[in-house]
Design a protein around this ligand. Sequence first.
Ligand SMILES: *Cc1c(COP(=O)(O)O)cnc(C)c1O
Length: 412
Amino acid sequence: MEYETLAVHAGLPEDPHGALGLPIHAVAAYGFKTLEEGTERFATGEGYVYARQKDPTGKALEERLRALEGADYAVAFASGQAATFAALLALLRQGDEVVAAQGLFGQTIGLFGQVLGLMGVRVHYVDPEPDRVREALSASTRAIFVETMANPALLVPDLEGLAALAEERGVALIVDNTFGAAGALCQPLRWGAHGVVQSLTKWASGHGSVLGGAVLSRDTALWARYPQFLEKDPRGQVPWEALGGRCYPERVRTLGLSLLGMALSPFHAYLLFQGLETVALRVRRMSETAAFLAERLWGHPKVKDLRYPGLPEDPAHERARRYLAHFGPVLTLDLGSQEAASRFLRAIPLPKAANLGDARTLLVHPWTTTHSRLPEEGRLRAGVTPGLVRVSVGLEAPGDLLGMFLEALESM
Ligand SMILES: *Cc1c(COP(=O)(O)O)cnc(C)c1O
């Protein structure tokens, strides 16, 4: 079935009352009638015990996400940050290394440096072209980490090239698919990624109303290359032998949810489940509006540079055509200087916020906000210049948006 069909049907549980929507299980613990039933649930991990680990509302969301990302397994988290941490924690040990794309989301860089650093894990940042990544791999590398579309540079990596390299070297390719909009724009697992993390806060939620995240994965024999899946776990079983490809998501769930408690609330799972019903419609419309704005603003005398992967001359155009269903809801304008960006942001009557995927168009000045903690060379390497404005296009009428942009540019 196609995405739009799965988006409204997948994961909806059968309800004893015939409810045609997702019931919210506002419940912490799930009871068992007998000692034997309790024993069974603890031994097998089937069924529900305590909502920190698993609950029916979150389970429905996981089922829907699994279908939409073309994944075999899904684990939902309280935020994108929590998902990224758990996805990597399940693969890493002290002294291991990660090779990551330069220009990642700022808080991901913070997580890698300040939290993985505490575990003695080193992260090497490179231009994510397969040749560069190959040079950075060592015998200790356990993961390659890239984003579907680096932000705000809006560049797309060679997913197939990276997946082939990862297979060859026995290292997991993990893709932050937040820009893939829950699979509506991109499904990295289908291009060979072993795992996907995403922030559901952005396009999946769609209304800027809730935080959430997920780790998705597929069945792969790659996990048999990791010592954590070949050694006996505290239950006395060898995860790879007992669970096959499920050993990875189970470790993600155990470490990230049971032990660290980064669990998604059932109320938020409900909102995200609903958001997914319209994500394909929204990102298609947002992509059309973004293309409309990019074409109309291209060459405007006040716009020094404009990046949108949908423009044939854009450096990301060919890769975006290959890997994305549409060219996406984000574009950037370089107005030449911080002063010009400041005048433009004052003049335009749209919200300025460090978020993405809201129903409203949101603008941000990455130089002084999202990327302000990076040194200047780091910012420039990430494609962030003092005049750059990032636009996350919303659902407003395209003509109204164009009017606001042109008026603000005129008044500068
Ligand atoms: C927002 C974002 C995250 C973090 O997600 P939260 O839900 O805010 O924790 C991770 N990666 C990317 C690319 C993001 O845009």
